[in-house]
Design a protein around this ligand. Sequence first.
Ligand SMILES: Cc1cc2nc3c(=O)[nH]c(=O)nc-3n(C[C@H](O)[C@H](O)[C@H](O)COP(=O)(O)O)c2cc1C
Length: 221
Amino acid sequence: MTTLLRLDASANTSSSLTRALADRFIDEWRALRPQDRLIVRDVGVAPPPALSQDFLAAAFEKGARSAEQKAVLKLSDELIGELEAADVIIIAAPMYNYGMPAALKAWFDQVIRINKTFSFDLTRGDRPLEPMMNGKMLAVLTASGEFGFGPGGLNENAGHLVPHIRTCAKYLGADHIRHVGIEYQEFGDERHRASKEAAFAAIPGLVAEFSSRLSDDARAS
Ligand SMILES: Cc1cc2nc3c(=O)[nH]c(=O)nc-3n(C[C@H](O)[C@H](O)[C@H](O)COP(=O)(O)O)c2cc1C
């Protein structure tokens, strides 16, 4: 069965552009493939906790874990379980202070875990980390108040949202990544309107592309 994991990271639950983009993605997907399973994880509403000493000790424990350590990793295990199940991941992420919302970073910190989502081996030389999953597709749906965060743009050097997600995505097992973003939100002008329109218009093509990449088995299920 094909499974989608939708992650919402906006703290705004009333007029969020990224939530609206993700809604559109899911609506389009459902129209095409109503049989698929959807997991929704809203870190904007319920942010995972930041990492702690107890978490690190439990995650890096080499021997048998105590009951307390297992309890500390319970949410991480649950979030990793959702990720493992997913064939398609949708990350709906606003730009906050030029990067990802802290809640989304906390989610990455919970799921990128040694011997769960990546292995570490110094015999590999200067790149000892290797992802343990692969083959997933990732749609990154963003919104920003300013604009020009891409290559050659006015704010090129300040755009840490999408590059950071792209870098971390390999540990999610995502090797096919697409980005759709809305810009100019803070200007509320014609440029914003056009950016919004273009982003929403791009969603059906994105869904068609992703669904066409599913393996024959997944397509049949
Ligand atoms: C706390 C906060 C920080 C923000 N920081 C930035 C920023 O650094 N750069 C930017 O272009 N927009 C910034 N914005 C604007 C948001 O990216 C924009 O409002 C976007 O639409 C938010 O996504 P949402 O509509 O899904 O909530 C910020 C907004 C908030 C609320």
